[in-house]
Design a protein around this ligand. Structure first.
Ligand SMILES: NC(=O)C1=CN([C@@H]2O[C@H](COP(=O)(O)OP(=O)(O)OC[C@H]3O[C@@H](n4cnc5c(N)ncnc54)[C@H](OP(=O)(O)O)[C@@H]3O)[C@@H](O)[C@H]2O)C=CC1
Ligand SMILES: CC(=O)N[C@@H](CCC(=O)OP(=O)(O)O)C(=O)O
Length: 319
């Protein structure tokens, strides 16, 4: 694939992450949005549903063969978990050099797919045309632990709180604003997919306890790390600065970041580095927008790289 203009389609474009990608792709100089699929919005104008999109494209209800028949250069699968395989199969049959990016958890444990968390894995990309995008919590967890990975005395313990857009649009307790009002809902307290995903890709076991809260977008992961030796706050911060100062989408900050400040923005904030009195335990706080760096923005970083343009093309960065 060269860096020339590419066509792109989104399967599952009615959803939260699909809508964010539509906005990002619409402003992209090298990508043309050629189809967006939704069963529920079949025939309706995208511009009537996605603020900030001004084109004439309409949603279409497309099964796997119909998606493959579109012949797009890039296909993003933004479907719920366990739905991707028929689309991958049909595209492979019709046009095997298609770049497929899957937003779900379906291929995050498949070593034939590139796992794209650019700040940690971009050097491992070997031109794969199949890219698995990380989970939103798993992104925050891995970025919080990676700089101290060689100094762990025990599995890191991560306390996560997400806005309810993380639970998608299929109605459930986890995205019901009435049930979430004045509430914090714990779920999957051991064995969450993102616990397994972060453990696999970091190569160290991680423990994760997720919760969902009444805000719409943005998540916080507060991680407790037991250290094999005594450290100072300056040493810990130095490691994070060394790891991320050249990364426009990871901001190392002094204070513990607030989720409200990162909502609608494309980067991760990591900060609040707090040591125990004996210097052998540190707590780190990370926030990101689950729909952006946790999904659509990260997807675009991966696609940009794979089509041969600058990784940050069409991604607004702010200091
Ligand atoms: N929300 C988030 O914060 C994040 C989500 N992800 C992952 O991204 C994927 C999409 O998430 P999100 O946008 O929140 O999901 P949504 O529930 O908001 O949207 C799902 C989309 O898939 C379509 N869809 C649902 N069921 C089927 C089906 N059986 N066959 C075909 N299409 C279907 C829906 O449209 P229609 O029913 O109209 O066809 C809709 O467009 C998920 O795998 C999720 O785990 C990853 C990181 C973060
Ligand atoms: C609040 C909420 O429910 N969040 C989702 C994570 C969203 C995400 O990244 O999901 P995938 O791993 O499925 O892509 C969850 O805990 O499953």
């Amino acid at each position: 694939m060269t860096s020339a203009h590419k066509t792109l389609g989104i399967v599952g474009a009615r959803g939260h992450t699909g809508a964010e990608l539509i906005r990002l792709v619409a402003a992209h100089p090298a990508l043309e949005l050629v189809f967006v699929s939704s069963r529920e919005l079949d025939g309706q104008r995208v511009a009537d549903h996605v603020a900030g999109y001004a084109g004439e494209l309409r949603y279409a209800s497309l099964d796997a063969d119909a998606v493959a028949a579109q012949g797009a250069d890039v296909v993003v699968l933004a479907l719920p978990n366990s739905k991707a395989a028929p689309y991958v199969e049909a595209i492979d049959k019709a046009k095997p050099d298609t770049l497929i990016l899957d937003l779900s958890a379906d291929y995050r444990f498949d070593s034939t797919w590139y796992y794209g968390l650019p700040e940690l894995t971009r050097e491992k990309w070997r031109g794969e045309k199949k890219i698995s995008n990380p989970g939103c919590y798993a992104t925050a967890i891995q970025l919080s632990i990676a700089p101290l990975k060689d100094l762990l005395a025990a599995p890191p313990v991560c306390f996560g709180v997400s806005g309810y857009s993380g639970a998608g649009t299929t109605p459930s307790d986890k995205n019901d604003p009435e049930k979430l009002r004045d509430n914090l809902m714990p779920y999957s307290l051991t064995g969450h997919t993102h616990e397994k995903e972060a453990s696999r890709h970091l190569g160290v076991p991680v423990e994760f306890m997720p919760h969902v809260a009444p805000h719409f977008r943005g998540l916080t992961v507060t991680t407790n790390l037991y250290l094999a030796r005594k450290m100072t706050r300056e040493e810990v911060m130095q490691r994070f600065h060394h790891a991320y100062d050249a990364e426009p989408l990871v901001h190392v900050v002094d204070e513990a970041p607030w989720v409200s400040a990162v909502a609608g923005r494309h980067h991760v904030d990591i900060g609040g580095f707090t040591l125990s009195a004996d210097g052998k335990r540190v707590v780190v706080v990370a926030t990101l927008d689950n729909l952006l760096k946790g999904a659509a923005t990260q997807a675009l970083q991966n696609i940009n790289r794979a089509i041969g343009v600058d990784e940050l093309t069409a991604i607004p960065t702010t200091p």
